[in-house]
Design a protein around this ligand. Structure first.
Ligand code: CP3
Length: 350
């Protein structure tokens, strides 16, 4: 008997079904950075506590994680934290202004060797506490995503010492000091494996790796410099049993090497066609994305047209999770997010 084309039970949340390319009752949708400054209720919490304090308070982190879930019919939740949080757990001093700023940027082998291996329960216990509290507050049909930064993206911040458009310092460093660079990224990969395992152990039902700066590398450098460390993490999570999402921001030129990763879902930005990516990634990967965050500023009518374009590009097959192509902008009108979520559901109901 052929598998039913329409999902008939509510046992598996649509988000998790889509990660595994199974049939869904509607295309699941969530928004990168869905907890954040575009929400007045988030800004209200931030009036009382700094960003670091927020990430370190399980109660407040759970509260802001749940804020967008209360407001919108989202199909997934992502734990409120930051890719740099586990780095603090490795002994690196950093602050957010608002992007991460490192006290002493890493530029020597000695500094790499001095990085403490991450023991999540000791270095960042509050993340696992926040996951437990959030899971307890979420409805059953809304899975919770845990996440980390990919080694090359973390490396970029650690070596640059501050956010940057071009990241010329870490890019030059990767060329001038390939061995120190690889050693740093390998150490970060080991830390992210235990970190993601701890998040899954605390209740995260999917795990996402953010390769926010992978697009700085050309395809051969990406394959040589960044990819081996991502592969190590994903292969290291093989036995965890939850879907793995790899957000390959601006990595459209590297999709043929990304296709070899054991990730379940590849997240794409709006510069890459979902349909084109699917052809390269093959039938065993789902895709996530990829509305340009700027489209949340268009009229309701035009927003619907832009959503239709993304859905048409993704195609009718299973394995599409609707999202933005990158984080939502702080200036976005929350009502536009509500219209987006409701329209994706209405348009894709099966
Ligand atoms: O809702 C969610 O998506 C969860 C929360 C989340 C944050 N950071 C909160 C945050 C997630 C998933 C991240 C990941 C993150 N952090 C990435 C990968 C995603 C991406 O955007 O590519 C990166 C590159 C970072 C590093 C980072 N942290 C930057 C560049 C910034 C400044 C960005 C900005 O919006 O100004 C941060 C700080 C940060 N992380 C904020 C938030 C809500 C802003 C802090 C504030 O409230 O003042």
């Amino acid at each position: 008997m052929a598998a039913p084309a329409v999902k008939t039970d509510n046992a598996t949340p649509n988000f998790l079904a889509a990660c595994r390319r199974q049939p869904v009752s509607h295309t699941p949708v969530w928004v990168m950075r869905q907890a954040g400054r575009y929400l007045p209720e988030y800004r209200k919490v931030r009036e009382k506590v700094g960003f670091t304090g927020l990430t370190r308070s399980p109660e407040l982190a759970a509260e802001v994680t749940l804020q967008p879930i209360r407001r919108f019919a989202l199909d997934a939740s992502i734990i409120f934290s930051d890719i740099m949080v586990p780095i603090e757990g490795m002994g690196v001093d950093l602050e957010y202004a608002p992007g991460p700023v490192i006290g002493t940027p890493i530029r020597t082998l000695k500094q790499v060797e001095e990085l403490r291996p991450l023991i999540p329960e000791e270095g960042v216990p509050f993340v696992m506490e926040a996951i437990k509290l959030t899971r307890a507050g979420l409805p059953a049909h809304v899975p919770l995503i845990g996440f980390c930064g990919s080694p090359f993206t973390l490396f970029s911040y650690l070596v640059a010492g501050k956010p940057s458009k071009e990241f010329s310092v870490p890019r030059a460093f990767a060329q001038a000091e390939p061995e120190i660079s690889a050693k740093l990224m390998d150490k970060l990969a080991d830390a992210m494996i235990v970190y993601l395992k701890a998040q899954a152990g605390a209740g995260a039902q999917a795990l996402m790796l953010f390769e926010s700066w992978g697009g700085l590398l050309g395809p051969t450098d990406y394959a040589r410099v960044a990819l081996p460390h991502v592969k190590k993490i994903i292969d290291g999570l093989k036995d965890v049993g939850v879907p793995i999402i790899y957000f390959a921001n601006q990595c459209g030129g590297s999709l043929s090497s990304i296709a070899a990763l054991n990730a379940d879902v590849i997240g794409l930005d709006w510069r890459t066609s979902l349909g084109g990516a699917r052809k390269i990634l093959g039938p065993h990967k789902a895709v996530q994305g990829n509305l340009d965050p700027a489209h949340l500023f268009s009229s309701p009518e035009n927003l619907r047209l832009r959503v239709d374009e993304v859905l048409a590009d993704a195609g009718p097959g299973p394995g599409h999770i609707f999202n933005l192509g990158h984080g939502i902008w702080p200036e976005t009108d929350p009502d536009s997010v509500a219209r987006l979520v409701d329209y994706v559901h209405a348009r894709t109901a099966r």
